[in-house]
Write a protein that binds this ligand. Structure first.
Ligand SMILES: Cc1cc2nc3c(=O)[nH]c(=O)nc-3n(C[C@H](O)[C@H](O)[C@H](O)COP(=O)(O)OP(=O)(O)OC[C@H]3O[C@@H](n4cnc5c(N)ncnc54)[C@H](O)[C@@H]3O)c2cc1C
Length: 339
């Protein structure tokens, strides 16, 4: 098969699908590569994310070694993009801030970030007094933030300029779709629960408030899901984490709690203009699935590479898992797959 005969479908147009599709287009310049999705841009969960690079301690790949590699690759990818001349257009910035806790010393440590961030240190006594509250433990760190409302259009635009195609379609079977392609890459987020009948996939509902507060230049995290994250054109206030909730409606009680807890931590937020409220379902899986699968379907061998289940850390980890998924595509296409 010549490279120009190669046909690849990437299911999903969120941060994971967009990153994977663009990376595949760089590797297979002459192939026909399509992003197939029923929701694009602001209709994806990815648009709800604040986009900070901050994996939770529970974020998990198939082994510690692989998870650490995904983190290292991801940080490098975002940081290289930030430093490039397209960095701002792609929505990637560096920022610093604090995480405080009144009762849990382990909450202010992060085993992944301590390895990849340029600065991760204990907060000083004076810094613990920066925010009202009885803060006993704290860390200061420098990290990255990728605003998906910039990054996704930017990356999809690059993909299309290089000949990549977009297809609006809801699919009901990966296997059926794969009959028409050499390989299908499954970046369908929570959709994988149904497409793969994957009982390990669970929605974790989140709600955030976007406010205009350009004077906030530093991020803050507090106990019980409190966060204040300055992005390029707004500050994201959060949040909540509701396990197994499928509710995509705005909840005014969640909004009141978020506003109260953020204003208590950073009083200068009082009176900031509210730009909007957003709700999303984090596509959680205890182990993020980046795997190849070769199956028999309708008398043919179909090839699928999965890349889903990033939970609350999909922006953080999209590059690392996508690079791995692209390597698996290369393996299944070259016939090296032992499956
Ligand atoms: C409130 C909140 C705050 C967050 N903050 C952060 C943060 O600061 N940092 C961070 O790293 N992460 C954050 N996240 C997590 C992040 O948003 C997700 O991990 C990420 O968006 C997952 O991306 P995805 O591409 O896998 O899924 P999605 O963005 O949901 O995209 C899935 C795609 O698959 C398509 N699809 C699904 N099923 C089908 C089907 N049957 N047919 C066709 N297409 C289909 C959809 O149409 C869509 O295009 C946050 C999430 C929430 C809710």
């Amino acid at each position: 098969m010549s490279a120009s005969d190669l046909k690849i479908a990437v299911v999903g147009a969120g941060v994971v699908g967009a990153t994977t599709a663009w990376e595949l287009k760089k590797r297979y310049k002459n192939a026909r590569i399509e992003i197939v999705a029923d929701r694009f841009y602001e209709d994806t969960t990815s648009y709800v994310a604040a986009g900070i690079f901050r994996p939770g301690g529970s974020f998990c790949g198939p082994s510690d070694e692989i998870t650490e590699k995904w983190m290292k690759d991801s940080y490098e990818y975002w940081d290289n993009l930030r430093k490039s001349k397209e960095g701002i257009k792609a929505g990637v910035i560096e920022l610093s801030g604090y995480i405080f806790s009144s009762s849990f010393p382990q909450n202010v440590r992060n085993r992944f970030m301590e390895k990849v961030c340029p600065v991760y240190r204990a907060a000083t006594k004076e810094e613990l007094d920066l925010c009202p509250g009885d803060w006993k433990y704290g860390s200061y760190f420098t990290t990255l933030l990728t605003q998906t409302s910039f990054f996704i259009p930017w990356t999809i635009n690059k993909f299309e300029q290089d000949g990549g195609l977009l297809k609006h379609q809801k699919i009901d079977s990966l296997e059926k779709l794969a009959l028409d392609y050499d390989v299908v890459v499954n970046c369908s987020g929570l959709g994988a629960k149904f497409l793969c009948n994957d009982h390990h996939m669970v929605p974790i509902r989140g709600q955030v408030i976007k406010v205009k507060a350009p004077w906030i230049k530093t991020f803050f995290y507090g106990d019980v899901d409190t966060y204040i994250l300055p992005g390029l054109d707004s500050v994201t206030l959060g949040g909540c984490r509701q396990y197994e909730s499928w509710d995509l409606n705005f909840n005014k009680y969640d909004a009141m709690k978020i506003m109260d807890q953020c204003e208590a931590m950073v009083p200068s937020l009082r009176g900031a203009e509210v730009l909007g409220h957003k709700v999303g379902l984090r596509p959680h899986r205890s182990v993020v699935r980046v795997e190849k699968e070769i199956k028999s379907f309708d008398g043919k061998r179909v090839k699928i590479v999965h890349n889903y289940g990033h939970g609350g850390y999909g922006v953080t980890a999209a590059p690392g898992t996508s690079l791995r998924a692209c390597n698996l595509v290369q393996e299944v296409l070259s016939g090296n797959s032992k499956l």
